[in-house]
Ligand binder design. Structure first.
Ligand SMILES: Nc1nc2c([nH]c(=O)n2[C@H]2C[C@H](O)[C@@H](COP(=O)(O)OP(=O)(O)OP(=O)(O)O)O2)c(=O)[nH]1
Length: 328
């Protein structure tokens, strides 16, 4: 959706957002990347194939057309899933990048407009090689579609035992270690021991709580801020190489997470959940609306099952986050 926010008095009139269809073409775990010609907007940088949505075209039709024109690959219109929508102001141009993914492209790609193309793994995509607006796309491609959250930790020994069992069963790519039952010091000691288990299981550990936790547990994947911590910050508390997540409940909180430079947000509760009794459920339609306005990958949270992952992704979300589906 193009930006329809009213202009503030005193500002120069906004140029209308340009609706750009952006294609993430996936094959064997790699994505197809092209180099933009030097003379165009954001020239010389790497990009995902795509281009402007012409009037009268749906975004899916634009994607099929642009993919064929630029790479020669054939993609069925029903072979595209939404990844993320990003509104970005370059100063000289405002764009809305409507990003969709496909693993159903047929044929061997070639740079039909003379542009060099190559297949790269998501971990080979460097922010600085792409236009600024692409940062959340790169995050979305590197993040899993299910983000694990640890369940109740009654005491550290039992908690470590439960964690070990859960990791052995599922080994999720990323896990938030949430343990509000422990005090600050107890949490750090626990997190250091949990980090050992996660390293062995190949799971990235995100500490939950104050930014100081991240400094106290070396070698972990990142930091997840509950809203009570995020709201006190005005800048990103961890370097770019670490993941930063924020728990959000409404549009204002999502804007704050974006200003902090969060790599992802959790949004919920989508359904009522036993772990947070009394928190009202926002439902899927509010989730979809909030995701539509966000420029950060958003996980649905709250009372969800693995079967809800598809629903979350169809609505433009990154996937689901939760305890129940993996903790046991
Ligand atoms: N295709 C594509 N465009 C991107 C990406 N990231 C990003 O900021 N953009 C911006 C750059 C441009 O301002 C706009 C795309 O416009 P374009 O110039 O490629 O579109 P087009 O092929 O329809 O252009 P034109 O020659 O008809 O003017 O979106 C990306 O990853 N892929």
């Amino acid at each position: 959706m193009p930006n329809t926010e009213p202009e503030m008095a005193g500002q120069t009139p906004a140029v209308k957002d340009i609706h750009v269809a952006v294609a993430v073409i996936v094959r064997d775990g790699r994505v197809l990347i092209a180099r933009r010609p030097d003379h165009v907007h954001q020239g010389g940088l790497l990009e995902f194939p795509g281009g402007k949505v012409e009037s009268g075209e749906t975004v899916q039709q634009a994607l099929v057309r642009e993919i064929a024109e630029e790479t020669g690959l054939a993609v069925p219109t029903n072979g595209l899933q939404p990844v993320i929508g990003i509104r970005h102001d370059y100063g000289d141009k405002r764009v809305f990048l409507d990003v969709w993914q496909t693993d159903m492209a047929r044929g061997e790609p070639e740079g039909r407009e003379g542009q060099p193309i190559e297949w790269l793994r998501p971990d080979q995509l460097r922010d600085d090689d792409f236009p600024e607006a692409n940062r959340p796309i790169i995050r979305a491609l590197r993040l899993p579609h299910r983000l694990a959250i640890s369940g109740r930790i009654s005491d550290p020994e039992t908690g470590l035992g439960k964690l070990k069992t859960a990791l052995a069963r599922t080994s999720p790519p990323l896990m938030i270690l949430r343990a509000p039952e422990l005090n600050e010091e107890g949490y750090r000691v626990f997190a250091q021991r949990a980090a050992e288990l996660c390293r062995k299981a190949g799971t990235g550990l995100l500490v939950h709580g104050a930014p100081e936790h991240w400094q106290a547990v070396p070698g972990i994947a990142g930091l997840h801020l509950p809203w009570r911590e995020a709201q006190r910050l005005s800048e990103r508390p961890v370097p770019a190489g670490a993941w930063l997540g924020v728990s959000c409940h409404d549009a204002e909180q999502l804007r704050h997470a974006e200003r902090l430079g969060a790599d992802y947000a959790l949004l919920g509760a989508v359904k009522a959940t036993a772990s947070h009794p009394g928190r009202p459920a926002i439902g899927w339609s509010a989730f979809a609306e909030l995701v539509g306005g966000a420029t950060v990958p958003v996980f649905a949270l709250g009372g969800l099952e693995p079967a809800d992952e598809l629903q979350a992704r169809t609505l433009g979300g990154q996937g689901i986050a939760g305890i129940r589906y993996w903790w046991g």
